[in-house]
Write a protein that binds this ligand. Structure first.
Ligand code: GLY
Length: 418
């Protein structure tokens, strides 16, 4: 079986590696891909995805990032007869349009944050009036596609106003939301119409610094499963959140097919939705796939072919998996690129390396983006997985690079309570 993966980050490296490990799979291609994933896939840096698919004739195309999904790439590929893992343009609005997502959740009876939109051009008095309905913690979101990076959560009103103005200056609307209390959970669900199959729950660490300090990023590390989640936590989220949304979308004639990512906060009244995404999350996927025992190609094909209801239950390895992001100097504000990376050469997947912002220069691997690579490790306990992941990081060198040293630490120390 030949598979084409669209995307270029560590999430796509993790997908490509898991797919290439499936005995049914002969070859994996990634476009644009990155220079760190050539040990498990052939990369096609400058290809048009539809033309590439026509040339390669893959049995399955897996679309990683939200931008091509929201732009309708899955529809274009399906129109050419390809089997595609990823939602239609219309269904991808669950991530691409906050108004669409809020409307679905409202009608599906799913708990979510209260929200108000502020369009570019809003006057200072409109901004003041809107802010008066929120706080003391302000959640200010860039309502364009920002991959998690356009969110500022702050108690500082001036910082909230400054973010509103900078998003407006970029021409995007702002979404103000009420702050949802409680620990955050990322639950990825395979969805094929009204059939919902959850993967293991994970937690992402979005702020750049230890103890959740500093600006939000696309994610600095993640772990799975969650030892603090109630035993029926996943079932509750599926039944109270994901299934009602999938059913509402199907009823509206916009069925979802692909990976529906529920980002939630579990507060005193149970789980509430922070956001939905229409694709695998990054970096949680790197950890979640590391524990998946069932071969991935058959799983994603079942969704693409509309036979998810016939898929046997997923099998998982015991224990925990944890991933840490190694970021470039200056990330997230102004990452420096071009630094030589050692210890992460292509073919290092078994050591736990998944590459993101990397390129090849003069036969060497150099940084080419803010989030440079991920390390992944497993352990019987979360603490063991943590130590193992940081031991992998000790073998990688990126001048000026930085990473959080407290991924999963609050969970290990029993500091997360529901
Ligand atoms: N983990 C955050 C995201 O994928 O959007």
């Amino acid at each position: 079986m030949r598979i084409l993966v669209i995307g270029n980050g560590a999430r796509e490296h993790a997908l490509a590696y898991s797919l290439s490990s499936d005995p049914r799979v002969s070859d994996v291609h990634v476009s644009p891909g990155n220079a760190g994933m050539t040990g498990c896939a052939t990369i096609h840096p400058d290809a048009d995805p539809v033309e590439l698919a026509k040339q390669l004739q893959p049995e399955l195309v897996v679309i990683g990032p939200e931008i091509p999904l929201v732009a309708g790439l899955a529809d274009m590929l399906r129109a050419e007869g390809f089997s595609v893992f990823g939602p239609s343009k219309e269904a991808a609005q669950i991530e691409g349009s906050k108004a669409f997502a809020k409307d679905i959740m409202l009608r599906a009876g799913v708990k979510t944050a209260r929200a108000q939109s502020l369009e570019p051009g809003a006057r200072d008095e409109d901004i003041d009036a809107a802010l008066a309905h929120f706080g003391p913690t302000f959640v200010v979101k860039d309502d364009g596609l920002a991959g998690g990076k356009g969110v500022v959560v702050t108690e500082d009103r001036e910082a909230a106003v400054a973010h509103i103005k900078s998003v407006h200056q970029a021409g995007n609307p702002v979404l103000l939301e009420s702050f949802l209390e409680g620990p955050e959970i990322s639950l990825f669900c395979l969805v094929d119409g009204t059939t919902v199959v959850p993967l293991l729950p994970a937690q992402d660490h979005k702020r750049v610094g230890n103890n959740d300090e500093g600006p939000n990023t696309g994610g600095m590390g993640a772990y799975t499963p969650l030892p603090w989640l109630p035993a029926d936590g996943v079932e509750t989220i599926v039944n109270d959140v994901v299934k009602p949304v999938a059913e509402q979308m199907a009823e509206d004639g916009v069925p979802f097919s692909g990976l529906l990512y529920a980002g939630l906060a579990w507060g005193a009244e149970g789980p509430a939705v922070v956001e939905f995404n229409c694709r695998f999350g990054d970096p949680e996927t790197q950890a979640v796939l590391d524990l998946l025992e069932t071969p991935l190609a058959g799983v994603l094909s079942a969704v693409a072919e509309g036979t998810l209801d016939q898929l046997p239950p997923l099998e998982w390895k015991d224990g925990y998996a944890l991933t840490v992001v190694l970021a470039a100097e200056g990330y997230p504000e102004s990452p420096k690129t071009g630094a030589e990376i050692t210890g992460a050469e292509p073919g290092s997947e078994e050591r736990g390396i998944r590459a993101a912002g990397v390129a090849e220069k003069d036969g060497k691997l150099v940084s080419a983006g803010g989030r440079v690579l991920n390390v992944i490790a497993r352990g019987e306990t979360l603490e063991e997985a943590r130590h193992a992941a940081y031991r992998v990081l000790d073998t990688v060198d990126l001048p000026g690079g930085h990473y959080r040293t407290d991924i999963a630490l609050p969970a290990v120390e029993g500091r997360i309570e529901i």
